[in-house]
Design a protein around this ligand. Structure first.
Ligand SMILES: NC(=O)c1ccc[n+]([C@@H]2O[C@H](COP(=O)([O-])OP(=O)(O)OC[C@H]3O[C@@H](n4cnc5c(N)ncnc54)[C@H](O)[C@@H]3O)[C@@H](O)[C@H]2O)c1
Length: 333
């Protein structure tokens, strides 16, 4: 039996997930909701799905699961609404920008025994999964230090910066989740430094565009995250994990693997430009993992708790920048 999906929100990430659902064996895209007709018309034409309102989808007997791709401030309400309606829920990060709201949502999910997966797509990237598998197989020994480089090719529009909660809650949140996942231990202390180096408008909006964060667990393991909203050479996404017996690293993905050499040097293609292309395989894998977990009645691969912990690290980083000191996660949660 196929798992029938509706997608809520047909913007940038809604389109990515529509393609992933349509391509996943055992999944079927039945309906899409978005108040903007131009967004839904394109998806209806491509996938032959219905366009329905959120109310209609909630009441639809032929929809088993929803993918929430609407703006962040709608996520927690929609999660609660759809778990109460008995649907499985895949929700894009972050669950909400308020820790209290995420905690309240988590209680509703637990009370209704809802199946909710939160979209931390990088855990499903084939290269990053291979790094994690190497750690779990003991190939690099006990993890000691994690280094995450995560730079966007350019800043989003000004209105997105204000709505999305700023760099730590919207962008670094992926890296906080990756750090927890790769360290294999919860973070105890956060130290962050952030500044505005690429675009003054971002600073005028009260946000940062350049940041370094150091995370430390109770046993002394550390992760360093380095972020920028500007990378002139494309979407820069690298991780490195140092263990007692070795190191595992995942390098960037270029548009091609061909290298040309001449008297001036070696020339390679630019990096894949942004998440829609760099993480295609990750988005496909995460939807396939969601389908497998729902159909097999297994645990969700990423949960509302993961969403809560990543947001707590973002809040700790913000506090650290404001107060110029290391912040314990216990001060936040
Ligand atoms: N995991 C990732 O890699 C990733 C990448 C991008 C965005 N996101 C997250 O996905 C969410 C959406 O981001 P985006 O960049 O796609 O935004 P977007 O603005 O491109 O798309 C949002 C869409 O939702 C629609 N919408 C608004 N209110 C709605 C409602 N009540 N019902 C139905 N549709 C509604 C809008 O019309 C718009 O088409 C954000 O929370 C963002 O943090 C995650």
């Amino acid at each position: 039996m196929s798992l029938n999906f509706a997608i809520l929100g047909a913007g940038r990430i809604g389109q990515v997930h529509a393609r992933a659902v349509a391509a996943t064996p055992g999944a079927k895209l039945v309906a899409i909701a978005d108040p903007v007709a131009a967004a839904t018309d394109a998806l209806r034409a491509t996938y032959g799905c219905d366009v329905r309102s959120i109310d209609q989808i909630e009441a639809s007997g032929d929809v088993d699961a929803v993918v929430i791709c609407t703006p962040t401030d709608t996520h927690a309400d929609l999660i609660e609404r759809f778990v109460r309606a008995g649907k499985a829920v895949f929700c894009e990060k972050p669950v909400d920008l308020s820790l209290a709201r995420v905690q309240a949502c988590l209680k509703v999910v637990e009370a209704s025994k809802g199946k909710v997966m939160v979209g931390f797509n990088r855990r499903f990237d084939p290269d990053f999964m291979a790094v994690k598998a190497a750690i779990e197989a003991g190939k690099i020994g006990a993890v000691e230090m994690v280094t995450i480089t995560s730079r966007d090719p350019g800043a989003p529009p000004a209105d997105y910066i204000t709505r999305s909660g700023g760099m730590f809650r919207d962008m670094t949140i992926h890296d906080f989740d990756m750090a927890r996942w790769l360290l294999g231990e919860e973070v105890e202390t956060v130290y962050a430094s952030a500044s505005v180096l690429t675009d003054k408008t971002i600073g005028d909006l009260g946000d940062f565009d350049s940041a370094n964060v150091i995370l430390r667990t109770a046993t002394g393991k550390q992760a360093v995250i380095t972020n920028s909203r500007r990378a002139t050479y494309g979407y820069d996404q690298r991780i490195e994990v140092l263990g007692a017996k070795g190191m595992a690293a995942a390098e960037n993905h270029g548009e091609s693997r061909v290298v040309l050499a001449d008297e001036k040097g070696f020339h390679a293609a630019p990096l894949l430009n942004f998440f829609m292309t760099r993480y295609i395989a990750a988005y496909a894998n995460e939807i396939a993992s969601f389908v497998a977990a729902v159909q097999g009645n297994g645990p969700m691969p990423t949960t509302t708790h993961d969403g809560l912990m990543a947001l707590a690290l973002a809040e700790a980083a913000l506090k650290s920048v404001k107060e110029g000191r290391a912040v314990k996660v216990s001060e936040i949660l």
